[in-house]
Write a protein that binds this ligand. Structure first.
Ligand SMILES: Cc1cc2nc3c(=O)[nH]c(=O)nc-3n(C[C@H](O)[C@H](O)[C@H](O)COP(=O)(O)OP(=O)(O)OC[C@H]3O[C@@H](n4cnc5c(N)ncnc54)[C@H](O)[C@@H]3O)c2cc1C
Length: 410
């Protein structure tokens, strides 16, 4: 690497939920890390830390506990202890109880905004990672010994050299493009309409999932007593539901969902997300590693996108801490090898689930078995499910409760 500009060992581009988690995993390990994020972390219009609710698996809970932020996350999280699955137009339904599976909860929900706040506050408090925020990476040049980034921030343009460049910059990753890594995108021809809703009986610890002829509809309990609605629709229906009054929206939701959660009284801002699978053809390039949505962006039906991205981050952090030269070809090959089974397993699982959800011939029993997969556990497929919860392949140390700070001192 030439000596011009600032230098670091690891530059993480993108401080969304996955990039910020990687930075936190590396804080205090002695590695020289810069986290670059274009949006101010506390911005009200942040595209990652928005009104959405994320369902965290038990594996994610364990990683955050090892990073010592679970307590702060849990302060506004809701546990999912029961799941109710029903099929519109059929009488059958299924109820699942975490206690019957010897689990404290199937998973936990938390707002993206709260998760972002906890991660960034922890990064600011702990130190050990240089936070360049707001700063946008505009160009990337890759060479055998490292990467050179050109960034623009409030103080103008600057350069940064890194031995390893981590792409955590989302599905439309510019780092991925700069590294010449192609992506395959498959549209499901569906959109997810997301809103925070309230019913006359507050949300407890039950998540609902209802299959309808236009797509699945999920209600996840939130820590504030309301529900996060994720309504999967054909794009043609979206305009009607986006444009109608709150009262009309609640009426239509009631009609679709029924009364099992009570009467819908309020619906917050409605946002929609096109549903597609974007998969990078490779998770590494010379001096580059892809994590989170930059590597794979999934349909949210199985609530796996962030959980999978977090395991990318936890595995990469472990390899960075143990590497002589973070970003050398051997370390990167190891990262790709360690992630291949989990990535392909979860991508295939989510893709199959989306297609089965769309099949109206699927009987309630099948729907129930699949619905359970939404979070972690199903009695008929417990082993397969625990894989979905903890990931396929070797589990990262952080999800086994082993701190990387301790291993970096050895
Ligand atoms: C409706 C919906 C519901 C979901 N529910 C769940 C769920 O319940 N459970 C689950 O596990 N997953 C869920 N997901 C998936 C999950 O939200 C994503 O997988 C996750 O947010 C990806 O995070 P990320 O950090 O990889 O990417 P992003 O959130 O896209 O973050 C990328 C960051 O990079 C920054 N950036 C981009 N370019 C640059 C640049 N050039 N310079 C500097 N910074 C840059 C951006 O500002 C952004 O902050 C859901 C997704 C959707 C759409």
């Amino acid at each position: 690497m030439s000596r011009a500009g600032a230098q670091c060992e690891v530059a993480i581009v993108g401080g969304g939920m996955v990039g910020a988690s990687l930075a936190l995993a590396l804080a205090g390990t002695g590695r020289d890390v810069v986290l670059i994020e274009a949006q101010a972390a506390d911005s009200a219009t942040h595209s990652s830390f928005d009104e959405r609710t994320t369902a965290l698996s038990n594996g994610a809970r364990r990683i955050f506990a090892t990073l010592e932020v679970w307590e702060a996350i849990a302060a506004q999280a809701a546990a999912i202890r029961r799941i109710h699955v029903s099929d519109a137009g059929h009488f059958g339904f299924a109820r699942l109880d975490a206690a019957e599976h010897d689990l404290a909860a199937f998973g936990y929900t938390v707002s993206n905004r709260h998760l972002g706040t906890v991660l960034w506050q922890a990064l600011q408090r702990r130190g050990g990672v240089r936070l360049w925020n707001p700063a946008q990476v505009q160009a990337v040049a890759l060479a055998t010994a490292g990467a050179t980034l050109t960034l623009r921030g409030p103080a103008g343009e600057r350069q940064l050299q890194a031995r390893l460049l981590v792409a955590a910059d989302g599905a439309d990753s510019m780092v991925k493009r700069a590294a010449g890594i192609a992506s395959e995108a498959t549209s499901y021809d569906q959109v997810a309409l997301v809103s925070n809703v309230r019913c006359d009986c507050g949300a407890g610890d039950t998540a609902y999932e209802r299959f309808t002829d236009s797509g699945p509809l999920a209600l996840l309990p939130r820590g504030d007593g309301g529900y996060a609605l994720i309504w999967t629709l054909p794009p043609a229906l979206l305009a009607q539901l986006h444009g109608c009054s709150e009262l009309e929206f609640c009426r239509r939701l009631q009609q679709r969902f029924g009364w099992r959660a009570g009467r819908f009284l309020q619906a917050g801002r409605r946002a929609s997300y096109p549903l597609e699978l974007v998969r990078a053809r490779a998770s590494i390039g010379p001096r580059v590693a892809l994590i989170g949505n930059a590597a794979q962006a999934l349909h949210p039906v199985a609530a796996q996108g962030f959980n999978l991205g977090l395991r990318d981050a936890a595995t990469l952090a472990e390899l960075i801490v143990g590497a002589q030269d973070p970003g050398d070809a051997g370390m990167l090959a190891q990262f790709a090898r360690r992630r291949v089974a989990d990535r392909s397993g979860i991508i295939a699982f989510t893709d199959r689930l989306v297609r089965l959800f769309g099949d109206r011939r699927a009987p309630i029993a099948l729907a129930r078995d699949l619905g359970l997969l939404l979070f972690d556990v199903a009695p008929p497929a417990k082993r397969a499910l625990s894989r979905v919860s903890w990931g396929f392949g070797a589990a990262p140390r952080l999800s086994r409760g082993i701190s990387l700070i301790a291993s970096s001192r050895r």
